[in-house]
Design a protein around this ligand. Structure first.
Ligand SMILES: Cc1cc2nc3c(=O)[nH]c(=O)nc-3n(C[C@H](O)[C@H](O)[C@H](O)COP(=O)(O)OP(=O)(O)OC[C@H]3O[C@@H](n4cnc5c(N)ncnc54)[C@H](O)[C@@H]3O)c2cc1C
Length: 557
């Protein structure tokens, strides 16, 4: 491709050196066009820049299409770096290879795959099942996505958490009322482009296929989830809402899955449903499921995860820091950041940063406080929030008296309960100004306005977090302040806890068959099993696990 001038993979330095573009000899090719963001949005100036980048005259340039959008905010003014397909006049650009996904109708006797959980892992598993000729039967404890919204209002307004329908549970899973960042670092996990195209097929903005860090937004996600579900049902899939998995039965000499048992959440009546394979896509917050497996003596492993707080700044402060003090104008997106350091031998990092976002109350039952964040598609709220978390492992929770495979989960639960008690046993969250936290044992005299709608209460957060977490967190935050001085803004506020960063437990599975080593036919999947860390990776894992389950079915046929 380099003969055609493609430079997307070259490093910035090389791009800078290549100030005089080589003429692209082929009549069809790709160029990376680099120019100030505002100019990139003006068709005339962009067209001129495209031709110049190709070494062509503007008259020679025919059609062009942007296929990748990136920003380089290291320079003033901020630069757009747009990878663009180009064709000379008289030549035709290759067709955009996006074809909207249309699910086929299933045969009446299609074999079934039971899927527990309708989060990204479960929904993508269902779509893959249909494409493979299998009927997905989805069991979801929570409410359909629109109804779920009413349950979220109750958390904020009445401080009541429905244990089956909340920010983590319900149709679409934990990612529905989120920022909807669609980014995974691991390209080994599967067909990322395919997963994004699937989302576009169900209504996501096609720009997510082009943006380097795409996101969808809380206001758009429910419609996409609903249209996925409608399509699954139209094809012959089955979805049971408000139904809780309560047991998995096994049979035969191998102890393979033979049935699942579920009940409606507001009834005691149980349904026993025969099946040969179960995809367990119940997410990182399904503590009852971890207890169920543990109680049956099936292997679980404690897994390192991260705990800390959520930090919030005025968005304008982050914009100024990231955009060199220049106004954001009409073309730059609300700025984000990603911060990582080592402090006292532990990793400290920002997590799930939500520009223009809101801090969300993400508890899954009364008696605990949990935070996370969301943003609308325009990311146009006046605050920027992000998790600020410390990587923890067994040594941390064992020192606090928790051990065994559920040790991390119990430790996580203890912190969430402490936060609930400290802030008055409602969904109000304990909070402290960043400066006061860094100064030591000091409650904040007052707190700035914060987006966390149930409200915040001034508490010394060091009294809630063990020293083994508070100390590296404080050191890490101070380091981030040196890297980005605006981070230390007087109104920066910490809200606790950020505790559901990933699953505290791994449900083991065989590398090849993807089944639990103790239970043939049981396929741990997505974030709850410890196999994903976000919407996209969970979706990819759902697809992968169905493929494994289909292979098992074919081997046994
Ligand atoms: C507020 C918030 C914001 C987030 N923002 C982002 C983001 O911007 N980008 C990103 O990549 N990730 C984000 N995440 C994380 C992301 O949502 C998860 O990584 C992802 O949803 C995991 O997918 P999953 O399908 O494995 O599990 P989940 O999404 O957790 O889905 C599990 C499903 O199983 C159901 N379930 C649980 N137990 C049972 C049971 N016993 N019986 C029946 N059903 C059950 C639950 O109701 C739930 O619907 C966010 C999370 C939250 C909470």
């Amino acid at each position: 491709m380099s003969a055609q001038g493609r430079s997307s993979k070259s490093k910035f330095k090389r791009r800078k050196e290549a100030s005089k573009p080589q003429r692209i000899l082929s009549p069809i090719g790709e160029v990376e066009v680099r120019l100030p963001v505002e100019a990139a949005h003006q068709s005339e100036s962009f067209r001129t820049a495209v031709a110049a980048a190709a070494g062509w005259t503007p008259e020679e340039l025919g059609d062009y299409r942007v296929i990748r959008k990136n920003l380089d905010a290291r320079h003033r003014p901020v630069q757009a770096m747009w990878l663009t397909q180009i064709a000379q006049v008289g030549h035709v650009l290759p067709k955009d290879n996006f074809v909207a996904l249309k699910l086929p109708a299933l045969d009446a006797d299609a074999p079934e795959i039971v899927i527990i959980g309708a989060g990204p892992a479960g929904l993508f598993a269902a779509i893959e099942a249909i494409q493979s000729g299998f009927r997905p039967v989805i069991i979801e404890r929570g409410a359909p996505v629109r109804q779920r919204r009413r349950d979220l209002v109750k958390i904020t307004r009445d401080h009541r958490v429905d244990p089956h329908s909340n920010y983590c549970f319900g149709e679409g899973g934990a990612g529905t009322y989120s920022d909807g960042k669609l980014y995974t670092r691991s390209h080994k996990r599967g067909d990322i482009r395919g997963a994004l195209e699937c989302l576009v097929s169900f209504g996501a903005d096609p720009n997510i296929l082009v943006e380097s860090h795409p996101h969808i937004g809380t206001n758009k996600l429910p419609g996409i989830i609903e249209s996925m579900r409608e399509s699954i049902i139209t094809s012959g899939g089955v979805v049971h809402f408000g139904c809780l998995l309560v047991d998995i039965q096994t049979d035969g000499p191998e102890g393979a899955v033979s049935a699942v048992i579920w009940k409606e959440v507001d009834s005691q009546e149980q349904v026993t449903y025969s099946c040969q394979s179960v995809i367990l896509a119940t997410g990182h917050s399904a503590r009852d499921v971890f207890h169920l497996l543990h109680g049956k003596g099936w292997k679980l492993e404690a897994k390192p995860f991260a705990i800390g707080v959520r930090i919030e700044h005025p968005q304008s402060v982050i914009d100024q820091a990231q955009y060199h003090g220049e106004p954001r104008g009409d073309w730059l997106p609300p700025a984000s950041y990603k911060l990582v350091c080592q402090a006292r031998g532990r990793g400290v990092h920002s997590f799930c940063m939500c520009p223009g976002g809101i801090i969300a109350p993400c508890a899954t039952q009364d008696g605990e406080v949990v935070t996370n964040g969301w943003s609308p598609s325009k990311r146009n709220n006046p605050f920027a929030n992000s998790g600020m978390v410390v990587q923890i492992d067994e040594s941390i929770w064992e020192a606090e008296g928790f051990s065994g495979p559920l040790g991390g989960l119990e430790f996580q639960q203890m912190i969430e309960k402490r936060c609930w008690e400290a802030a008055g046993k409602t969904q109000r969250a304990p909070a402290q100004r960043l400066h006061d936290f860094l100064e030591g044992d000091k409650e904040s005299k007052d707190l700035p306005t914060c987006s966390y709608l149930p409200g915040i209460v001034s508490v010394n957060l060091r009294s809630l977090l063990p020293e083994s977490i508070a100390e590296p967190l404080a050191e890490g935050l101070a380091t981030f302040g040196k890297k980005m001085p605006a981070f230390m803004h007087a109104d920066a506020v910490l809200v606790a806890p950020e505790s559901r960063t990933s699953s505290p437990i791994r449900i083991p599975r065989d590398n090849d068959s993807l089944q639990h080593p103790d239970v043939p036919g049981l396929f741990p999947c997505g974030e709850g099993g410890g196999y994903a860390g976000g919407i996209l990776s969970a979706a990819l894992d759902g697809t992968k696990v169905v493929q494994a389950s289909v292979r098992r079915f074919q081997d046994r046929a």
